[in-house]
Design a protein around this ligand. Structure first.
Ligand code: PEP
Ligand code: MG
Length: 314
C-alpha cells in the first residue's frame, strides 16, 4: 500500500495536545464486556448491538407484531447494562441497530424483510430506524431506561448517516419519546463520504461526537466491496483519498471542539493510529486484542509530538 503521508494539517501545529488521545475498545457482545474492561481501555468507542439482536432469532418487527416489545427492550437493556457496568464512569457509545436486511432473512419475521440486491447500500442503519420509528422506539426505550437508572456515561451513535437531516430527525424522534436530548450524548458514525463533506453541517446540527467507521468509509470512497476477495487488494485503508477525507473531518471537529474518533478496523492498526494521532484525532477505539499495542503506538507518537514541541520552545 502507498506510504502514509507525514504532512501535518494546518491546524495540528496550532492546537497542542492538552489531554492525551483516549484509547477505547470495541465490544460486539455483552459477554465480552469483562475482557474488554480488563484491557483498561478509556471507554467503549463502539458497542455493536447487531449480534445481540440477531442472536434473539426474531426480527424487531416480529416483537412489535406479537406484542412482545417488553421482551425485546429487556434483552437490549440487560445487554447494554452489562457493558455499562463493566465501564463505570467511562463513556460507552452504543450504536443503534445496523444489520442489513439479508441478515434478518432466516429469522422469525424475516420473510417480511425487503429483498434487496445490495443490502449493504440498502435499508439499514439510521435509514431503517427513521422509516420505522416503532423499531427505533424499542431501542430508544432501552436507552431511556438506562439513562433514568443513572447511566449518564451512555452515548448513542447513529450509523450510516449521510445527511444532517437524518441526525436531526432521529434526535427529534427521541425527544418526542421523552429523551432529554440536550443533556444526553448523541453522535454519528462517519462511514459515508457525504458525511465527511457535510461534517460542519452535522456539527451545527448538534452532534457531540463523530467516529470513523473506516470499514465502510473505505468501501464507499473507493467503490470496493469490503467482502469481495477479488478486489481485496484494492481495499486500501491508506489510500490518499481516504486519508484526505479523514483529515478533513478531524480538522473540522477540532475547530469546533467535537470529539473525533475511529471505531473501524483501521483503529486497531498501529501504523494508521500513529497517523491519526499526528493528525489530531481525539480518541481511537480498537478491538480487544489490539488495545495494548494501540496504547503503545499512541504513547510513542504523543511523546514524539511533545518532545518536538518542547525542543521548538526551548
Ligand atoms: C465500520 O464501518 O467501520 C464499522 C465500525 O461498522 P461495521 O463494521 O459494523 O459496518
Ligand atoms: Mg459500518
Amino acid at each position: 500500500p502507498p506510504a502514509v503521508s507525514r504532512a501535518a494539517p494546518a491546524t495540528a501545529a496550532a492546537a497542542p495536545i492538552i489531554t492525551g488521545t483516549l484509547v477505547k475498545v470495541n465490544v460486539s457482545l455483552p459477554e465480552a464486556a469483562a475482557r474488554a474492561a480488563a484491557t483498561g481501555a478509556d471507554g467503549v468507542g463502539l458497542l455493536r448491538i447487531e449480534h445481540l439482536i440477531l442472536g434473539l432469532g426474531k426480527t424487531p418487527s416480529w416483537y412489535i407484531e406479537h406484542g412482545a416489545e417488553e421482551e425485546f427492550i429487556t434483552e437490549l437493556y440487560t445487554g447494554i447494562k452489562t457493558v455499562l457496568d463493566a465501564f463505570p464512569g467511562k463513556p460507552v457509545w452504543v450504536r443503534t441497530l445496523d444489520a442489513p436486511t439479508d441478515e434478518f432473512r432466516n429469522m422469525e419475521g424475516g420473510e417480511e424483510e425487503p429483498i434487496e440486491h445490495n443490502p449493504m447500500l440498502g435499508w439499514r442503519g439510521i435509514r431503517r430506524d427513521l422509516e420505522s420509528p416503532d423499531q427505533f422506539g424499542l431501542q430508544v426505550e432501552a436507552f431511556k431506561r438506562l439513562w433514568a437508572a443513572g447511566y449518564d456515561n451512555l452515548g448513542v451513535m447513529f450509523p450510516m448517516v449521510n445527511h444532517p437531516d437524518e441526525f436531526t430527525r432521529a434526535r427529534a424522534i427521541m425527544k418526542d419519546l421523552g429523551v432529554d436530548v440536550d443533556n444526553v450524548t448523541l453522535g454519528i458514525m462517519i462511514e459515508i463520504p457525504s458525511s465527511v463533506v457535510l461534517i460542519e453541517d452535522f456539527i451545527r446540527a448538534g452532534i457531540r461526537f463523530a467516529s470513523f467507521g473506516t470499514n465502510d468509509l473505505i468501501q464507499y470512497t473507493l467503490a470496493i466491496d469490503r467482502n469481495n476477495e477479488h478486489v481485496a487488494e484494492m481495499y486500501q485503508p491508506e489510500h490518499p483519498a481516504v486519508l484526505r477525507l479523514i483529515d478533513y473531518a478531524i480538522s473540522a471537529c477540532r475547530r469546533h471542539g467535537v470529539e473525533c474518533s475511529i471505531c473501524g478496523q483501521a483503529g486497531s492498526d498501529p501504523r494508521m493510529v500513529t497517523w491519526l494521532v499526528e493528525h489530531g484525532i481525539s480518541s481511537v477505539s480498537a478491538n480487544i486484542d489490539a488495545v495494548r499495542r494501540i496504547r503503545e503506538a499512541v504513547a510513542r507518537k504523543e511523546k514524539q509530538i511533545l518532545l518536538e514541541a518542547a525542543r521548538r520552545n526551548a
